[in-house]
Design a protein around this ligand. Structure first.
Ligand code: BMA
Length: 322
């Protein structure tokens, strides 16, 4: 396989989540983290779920990217209280460092469907809301590019246009959207579509794209929906044009990580690998990651725990072309 699972997986489980009463008491699961490396420290922004099935964001820190301590604090998003209508959950944060600030793009379940929120922070003590929802309708899996391209901010997103058995809304197409102010977004075009009958029938972005000399390297999740006993969530890889990310340069045929270990096969939602955080150790002076660099991929396993798998940029680039 392209990835090697960390021997200590899952690296975070419900037992690792400290109580933060009254919000979090006896957490039921922790999964789908965003990730970033800051000042030599590895940070994970966790999706923590309670037995009331409420979700909260909490921060985990590490000096080696493998052993994490969870801070006993729920991270608030200042400004969410000003959003009209009820927000049930905020979840699946993806972290992008852009123009010297950390931006967190997250999904939010509302009465009108799923919306994408964007918040910023310099220290992960609190998040400050930048934008919420827009004219894009029901949409999820928003990820922000780490730099402006052609003067505009860009994000990948995935409109929820399909309802699966069981009521989950999903979609089979990833779009590129642009913004001048990070608040209102406009779709620029389609990037890629699901492949009916294969591993990635439904798709959605994983961690934010990483800049290589060959293009934007992007890990996404794909859902096989044609299997008899439910859905299988896997990870795949694609390479997008540096100047026009709607142009796919290469896309791997097979998944690059699929549920195999018991902690991926069994849990709150069985058969799920959901990647949301990717840390690449080394880049050159122009900000391109080096092909020999180590890649740490953080993913949610079975909507129950947080896991780590490692590979290199070169392996992922190869996988795009197979
Ligand atoms: C998706 C999202 C993810 C979740 C996955 C599997 O639709 O809700 O947060 O991990 O389903 O349940």
């Amino acid at each position: 396989m392209i990835f090697e699972r960390h021997a200590g997986n899952p690296i975070l489980m419900r037992e690792d989540i400290p109580d933060v009463p009254p919000a979090v008491i006896d957490a039921t699961s922790v999964f789908n983290p965003g990730a970033v490396k800051h000042d030599g420290r590895y940070l994970l922004l966790l999706r923590v779920q309670t037995r009331g099935r409420e979700t909260h964001m909490m921060l985990a820190e590490s000096s080696d990217g493998m052993r994490f301590d969870v801070r006993p604090r729920v991270i608030p998003v200042d400004g969410l209280e000003r959003v009209s209508g009820h927000i049930y959950h905020i979840y699946d944060p993806r972290i992008t460092r852009l123009e010297g600030t950390f931006f967190v793009m997250f999904a939010a379940d509302t009465d009108k469907g799923c919306r994408i929120g964007l918040a910023r922070t310099d220290d992960f003590e609190r998040l400050e809301l930048v934008g919420f929802g827009d004219n894009c309708g029901d949409v999820r899996n928003g990820v922000l590019f780490p730099e402006r391209i052609g003067g505009r901010y860009l994000r990948l997103d995935r409109p929820n246009v399909r309802q699966l058995e069981g009521g989950v809304t999903t979609g089979d197409e990833i779009f590129l959207s642009e913004s001048e102010d990070l608040k209102s977004w406009r779709a620029l075009g389609s990037v890629m579509q699901g492949r009916p009958h294969y591993w990635d029938e439904m798709i959605g972005s994983g961690p934010p794209p990483v800049k290589t000399r060959e293009g934007w390297l992007h890990i996404y999740h794909g859902i096989a929906t044609h299997l008899m006993n439910g859905f299988v969530y896997q990870a795949g890889v694609v390479l997008l044009d540096l100047d026009d990310p709607t142009r796919v340069i290469a896309r791997g045929r097979d998944n690059i990580l699929e549920p195999r270990e018991s902690y991926e096969l069994i849990g709150q939602v069985p058969n799920v690998i959901f990647p949301g955080g990717m840390i690449v150790d080394d880049c050159d002076e122009d900000g391109f990651v080096l092909s020999g660099s180590r890649v740490l991929l953080y993913y949610g396993a079975a909507d129950t725990s947080v896991c780590l798998a490692t590979t290199t940029v070169a392996e992922l680039l190869n996988a795009c072309r197979v």
